[in-house]
Design a protein around this ligand. Structure first.
Ligand SMILES: Cc1cc2nc3c(=O)[nH]c(=O)nc-3n(C[C@H](O)[C@H](O)[C@H](O)COP(=O)(O)OP(=O)(O)OC[C@H]3O[C@@H](n4cnc5c(N)ncnc54)[C@H](O)[C@@H]3O)c2cc1C
Length: 495
């Protein structure tokens, strides 16, 4: 029976794993070993709604305290400067998967020209606001919608570290230099200073080094290089002065990849993810600085490879976070993958009374591998459809990106258009994006389809009027800065 868990690494993955295990299985003895010399990666600042759901709903952490210490801002979606439109917005709600009572067909059939304001978050994004006001006259913002967060990585890590300590997680300092093995997996980690740390279960959160799963267990790596061609990022932000704080991330097409803009209260974080076979580091930095004159003159370059380990749980070692796999942050999915893996690990521990067997490990690997591949497939669609630039890199993306499990959906769309029936062509997996995500990409990029439907003038009028009204209402809403002031005022009560 598992009693002693040793987590290697105190980045956001290690801390979330330790907190989750300790909160859900308080009898476990959970320790973290980490090296201050190596430090944390220090990037990873956008989330999906799965992240606040994990913290506040699943773990029941105090939302007021988290907002006070980690200082996140709200993220309603991603603005894509992508494809033939000036831009389009991907929200975490429902622009295309539902039906509108005044329209005879699905909303996607009306969206060729314009779909700004097709749901509340997209109306807010269009208006540059974070929340509508409640209609009860209280003057409070209506936060009853799915949102994600922007959080500075180092503030997140510092906050999680305090929470972990309060939950009874013990921290050890040292650099792991070797392992000891027994018949059922690892038995101990050896540190450079001669310490020897025994445990009966090991969680590898050592980031890209993947010290335990990759190096010690030698689990093979499954490369995603036929779907995702980028392998580097230049990163550089600046302190906010007069720029409005936006309630969304921006993803903007670049010559050999794309650039993010993440909105913190006092800082703007920019980064350019690119393909090193298509552009040199120097040229990427130059392009990045041309677009972002306020960024530091020597931005940091981070190298990565997209892919995942074949199995993420081998014997008594499970890897979570960058140690398990990585895909570029085009949908900011890494922390979602971390929280999903943490929850699944708890499920496997609970269902086996802390004595997990091979069939539970196999199920875990099937689910964790499947969710990584789902993220890969969604991102691959972003590249496949983007017609904004006509250069060698983007032509290569359009022609050669492999779509994996969503190829049947894209074929179906090309025949039938944005119909909800497309959902039945998706792989039977828990898919965090759902048909909605794929439809936003297909419609946002004006991917062509054969099944023409000509809306009547009255229908188009309805479609346009409802969106215009929603955007007008959103313009009266609350900005990010006003919302931050409100939640810090003595009158504010979190619900
Ligand atoms: C360019 C880029 C942009 C990203 N953007 C996003 C984003 O917007 N959203 C998102 O969710 N994610 C993003 N990510 C992913 C992000 O890095 C992860 O979500 C997150 O920070 C998890 O990191 P980690 O804890 O796995 O690794 P790290 O932060 O690297 O932590 C590794 C830990 O292991 C320790 N360690 C390693 N080796 C040893 C050893 N031998 N001995 C002792 N300790 C050791 C280190 O000291 C450290 O504590 C991005 C990643 C990159 C590269």
């Amino acid at each position: 029976m598992i009693q002693n868990v040793l987590v290697l690494g105190a980045g956001s993955a290690g801390l979330l794993a330790a907190i989750t295990l300790k909160k859900k299985l308080p009898t476990l003895n959970v320790r973290i070993v980490r090296s201050s010399d190596i430090g944390v990666i220090g990037v990873g600042e956008g989330t999906t709604p799965a992240f606040p759901q994990h913290l506040f709903d699943y773990l029941g952490l105090d939302v007021a305290r988290f907002f006070k210490e980690a200082e996140p801002t709200w993220k309603l979606g991603i603005r894509f400067v992508w494809g033939p439109r000036e831009y389009f917005d991907y929200t975490f709600h429902q622009q295309f998967e539902g039906r509108w009572s005044h329209l005879s067909r699905e909303p996607g059939f009306y969206a060729y020209e314009d779909f700004r304001g097709a749901d509340i978050p997209s109306a807010l994004m269009e208006a540059g606001k974070a929340f509508m006001f409640k209609t009860d006259g209280s003057g409070d913002p209506d936060m009853n919608m799915k949102f994600a967060l922007h959080i500075e990585n180092l503030k997140l890590v510092a906050t999680l570290e305090k929470i972990a300590e309060e939950f009874g997680v013990k921290f050890l300092e040292g650099k792991v230099s070797g392992v000891e093995r027994g018949p059922a997996g690892l038995t101990a980690l050896r540190l450079e200073d001669g310490q020897r740390l025994e445990a009966d279960f090991f969680v590898d959160c050592s980031g890209f080094r993947s010290e335990l799963l990759g190096r010690a267990m030698e689990e093979p790596f499954v490369n995603y290089d036929r779907a995702l061609f980028c392998d580097r990022a230049v990163i550089g932000g600046w302190d906010r002065t007069t720029e409005t704080t936006l309630a969304y991330t921006t993803a903007e097409t670049m010559e050999a990849g794309w650039a993010w803009q993440i909105e913190h209260e006092h800082h703007i974080n920019r980064g350019y993810v690119y393909c090193s076979q298509a552009i040199s580091d120097e040229a990427a930095c130059e392009e990045f600085l041309r677009k972002n004159p306020k960024a530091p003159k020597s931005p940091r370059v981070v190298k990565f490879r997209s892919g995942r380990y074949r199995r993420m749980w081998v014997e008594n070692v499970v890897a979570i976070g960058n140690a398990a796999g990585f895909v570029e942050p085009l949908e900011a999915s890494a922390l979602m993958a971390v929280t999903t893996q943490c929850q699944k690990l708890v499920d496997m521990f609970v269902n086996s009374s802390l004595q997990p067997n091979e069939s539970l490990r196999a199920l875990y690997n099937h689910l964790a591998g499947g969710s990584f591949d789902t993220i890969r497939d969604f991102l691959s669609l972003h590249y496949k459809l983007n017609t904004r630039l006509d250069n060698e890199f983007w032509r290569h993306c359009r022609e050669d990106t492999e779509l994996g499990g969503i190829a049947p959906l894209v074929e179906f769309y090309r025949e039938n258009g944005p119909v909800i029936l497309g959902t039945y062509t998706l792989p039977q997996f828990v898919d965090p994006y759902g048909l909605e995500g794929y439809l936003v990409m297909l419609i946002g990029n004006r991917a062509p389809y054969k099944a023409r439907y000509q809306p009547t003038a009255a229908e188009m009028n309805n479609w346009n009027q409802i969106r215009t009204t929603l955007i007008a209402r959103a313009r009266q809403g609350m900005s990010v800065d006003e919302s931050l002031r409100l939640i810090r005022s003595p009158k504010w009560r979190w619900q």
